[in-house]
Every structure is written in structure tokens, then in C-alpha cells.
Design a protein around this ligand. Sequence first.
Ligand SMILES: Nc1ncnc2c1ncn2[C@@H]1O[C@H](COP(=O)(O)OP(=O)(O)OP(=O)(O)O)[C@@H](O)[C@H]1O
Length: 518
Amino acid sequence: MLLADVARVSREVAGASARSRKTALLAELFAATPPEEAALVITYLAGRLPQGRPGLGWSTLGRHVEPADRPSLGVADVDAAITGLALLSGPGSRDARQQAVARLLAAATEPEQRFLRSLLSGEVRQGALDAVALDAVAAAAGVPAAELRRAVMLDGSLPRVGAAVLTAGAAALREVALQVGRPVQPMLAATAGSVAEALSALGPCAVEEKLDGIRVQVHRDGESVQVYTRSLDEITGRLPEVVEAARRFAGDRFILDGEVIGLGPDGRPLPFQEVAGRVGSRLDVETARRTLPVTPCFFDVLAAGGDVLLDLPVRERYAVLAALVPERFRVRRLAVEDPQAQAGAAEEFWSETLRRGHEGVMAKALGSAYAAGRRGRNWLKVKPVHTLDLVVLAAEWGHGRRTGLLSNLHLGARAADGGYAMLGKTFKGLTDEMLRWQTGRLRELAVADDGHTVHVRPELVVEIAYDGLQRSPRYPAGVALRFARVLRHRPDKSAGEADTVETVLGPAGGGRTPGDDA
Ligand SMILES: Nc1ncnc2c1ncn2[C@@H]1O[C@H](COP(=O)(O)OP(=O)(O)OP(=O)(O)O)[C@@H](O)[C@H]1O
């Protein structure tokens, strides 16, 4: 398939406002795509690259290259060129990469160049496109969207399942099953303002400690163990303790869901940043392990023996988990079968969990299934301080000790029109290491720098704590955050997962002080 066709449809989709029109445009293209190129075309239209982000700056991508007169590039040519680009590394590779990009752009017409530039820079990547692309694949293949969605959650990849279903139709969906060794999109939680609110929303539920670490999905098949992150990246090599623990559990074939935390000598959890630093570092695992040992704590089991357990209620999954995993590797929990009678016990569990230094609690409806990839209302998290996930829109160069570092962040929530509404700025809460890291990352995302403020592509998500909202005519939503501080960067979240203006203004969102939550 010609890149020109993909670029044209991408442009038309961006210009269409109705979701049904976007779906129809994509479905038409998918139906015309040769099966062997379907995975690639789906990936491109969702704004991604199979090779991942190539890390090219505007100094390379922004250069003028005379466009070709006529379209001739196939999507397979583009794929081969980008694979070649990814292999160029080491000294002198900067020039070689620039030349390779220039060659690729010279073979493209002007509209194709625009598409390639935004694809290579990550600009077309938006979470919402994945959902539209999924509906379009379902329409093109003539299968129910709900069944395709479930298959994608189990398999972890829309391009892979999409290509299979476009080739073989509904039969391909039956082939997709949960497989040990292939990560599943994790279930996510919504927010409740208090334990009482969670209990009244859920009825009979389990109240578990919410640990502030790194989410892990652990797969074991015989002696082979793999560990995946929340975004399904494999990190087995970085967490030997988790592998060793999993090898000692009772079964030899399972998929577990849990959190990795660090514990101090007093048994209290270490700050999230330390655990994230340990898990994020690729260097010298043995030394890292000696300095900061971590431990897994599991809260769910998705498969055990030959059985897929996703559709079992929490109550039964937890019984299976308890049989597999020793107590010290499981989260503490309280089963609240009768919310009215046990309201006091649930509040006591919450206070005790906070006293032990954990982040809050997670309440889960006892009768609910594991909804892979969903942020449903069957899991409700309760935290004492109010937090939001916001997108960095720009950052200001720091002064004094922070000279040369990007410091004051401009924070935005997702707005109804697909853009972002700025809610305030903050440089509070940033450690030296966070400043260094964000300066590097924001430079990659930079689109303009006037010497004072660097404007960036809206991709970096940060978790912000704040004390409430105040009226502010200067900001587009009419409100600004009061005493915002950065808790952490969330590179594992995409901008499409950030909080919306509606959440910030709504009853479950902003305007509350921590005291209201208690
Ligand atoms: N007992 C638990 N059950 C489920 N998730 C837990 C538990 N303890 C800690 N967690 C963590 O909480 C996260 C679920 O919260 P949520 O769905 O909001 O994701 P998140 O936005 O990454 O969370 P947050 O921003 O609150 O840390 C999980 O991804 C997991 O890492």
C-alpha cells in the first residue's frame, strides 16, 4: 500500500469531527489493505511506529527537503527505512541519521512528508485514535467491536489482532486466548472521595492496601518467569528478586498482578521515587539490588494452571491467589461482606494502612470480574490527598541553583475540544534528579524556546497534589490549582490518560481540601 493513501486518510480523519465519519474512513482503508501490511497500516494510523520513538529532534525533522512530484513510497519502504534509522547509533550517527531522514523525505511528496514528520516526532499519537482504529478494524472485518476489544486486551496488541482478524475474520478472535508469556492490559481503578463513598458505591467489597510502587504483571511457565510493567514493557532482568519469589510459589503456571515496593529497615515502605529509580535503571542490577532490595506484593491472579480466571469474581480469584502465593507476598486486605455492619472496621483498616506508610486503599467489588485494560467503577481507589494527572504544556528555565534546568511547569487538563486547558504552574516538589530528568525529556518534546519558556508537545504526564481550586479569570477553565506540587513524573501514562477539565471541576474532582477526604 502506498504511504500516500495512509497519509490522505490520516489527514481526513483529523479533519472529520464526527467519530462515525472517522471510523468509516479508517474502515474503508483497512478493508483495502493487503493482509501482510495490515499491522503496519493500523500502527501508522494510530500514530505509532513498530520500532518505537526514534528520538529525532526538530533540528533533523524540521529541515527543508525538496519533496518528490509523485507518490512512490510504499508503507513497507518506510518501515525498512525507519528500521535502518533505529540501527544507527554511536559516534557519527547523528549525521548518518540526518542523511537517512533526508533521503526518506526526498522520496515523499509534500503531504507524505507532513505525515512522516508527525509520525516520526510522535505528534499524531493520541490515545483516542486507538479506540477509533479498533472500531474501524471491527467494521472492516465484520466482527463485533466488543469481541475485538476483549481480544486486544488479552493479546496486548491491536495491530497483531487487527491483522489476524482482517485476514481470517471472526475465526481469528477465537484463537486469541490469554497466554502465559504474553502480557495483558492491566485493569485500572476509578476514584472515590472516601472509604464510606467507596463502600456505598460497591456494596460487598474487598478493601486492600494501595501500595505506592511499580505495577508488575508476573508470568511463570515452568522455570521461565517474565515480569512486565503497566505499559507492558518487559523488565524481567531488572527485578531478580521478583523472579526468584515467583519460582518459589506453589504453582508453576500462572499470571499474577501486583506491585513492587521497597521496604526500609523499619518495615515501612520506601518513597515511590526510590523504587522507580531502581526499576528504571538498566545498570548493574546486582549493586542496585544490594542497595535497594524490592519485594513484590500481589493482589490478583489472572491465570493459574491451565485456567483463565478473568471472569471469576474477585472473591474467588483471591482464594486462588492465597493458595499460590505466601501471605508476605500478598497485599493486606479486609473482606467487607456487609458494608453497613463493617463500616467501622473498614475505616480502621484505612487508618491503619496510612499509619503503616501506604498511599491509601483500593476497594474492589467482591463479585466483579477482571476487566483487562479498563478503568471501571468496580475498583475504587481512595487517597488522603487530592491528586491529578496533568499534561506539561510548557516549562520555564530556572534561576539560581536551577539555571540551565527546566523548572516551572505549565500544567494542563484535557479539554472537551481535544486540546488542553492550563490550570496553573508549579516548580514545587521537584528533586534535583527530577529536574535533570524532566529537562532532558522536555527538550526532546520542545517545539519553541523564547529563552524564558520552552513550549512542548503535550505528552509528558505529571502527577500533581493540590489543596483545592481558586477562581482565576486568567486561566481558560476559570480556575487555577491552589498550592500545586509535583509528586512524580508519569512517563508510563499517555496524555490521553490525563485528567479532564470535567474531572477537575466535577464533584469527584477538584475544589476539595485534603480534610474533606478524611
Ligand atoms: N491493592 C491494589 N490493587 C490494585 N492496584 C493497586 C493496589 N495497590 C497499588 N496499586 C496500584 O494502583 C494502581 C491503580 O490505580 P489507577 O488505576 O488509578 O492507576 P494509576 O493512575 O497509575 O494510579 P495512581 O495514579 O493512583 O497511582 C495500579 O496500577 C497499581 O499500580
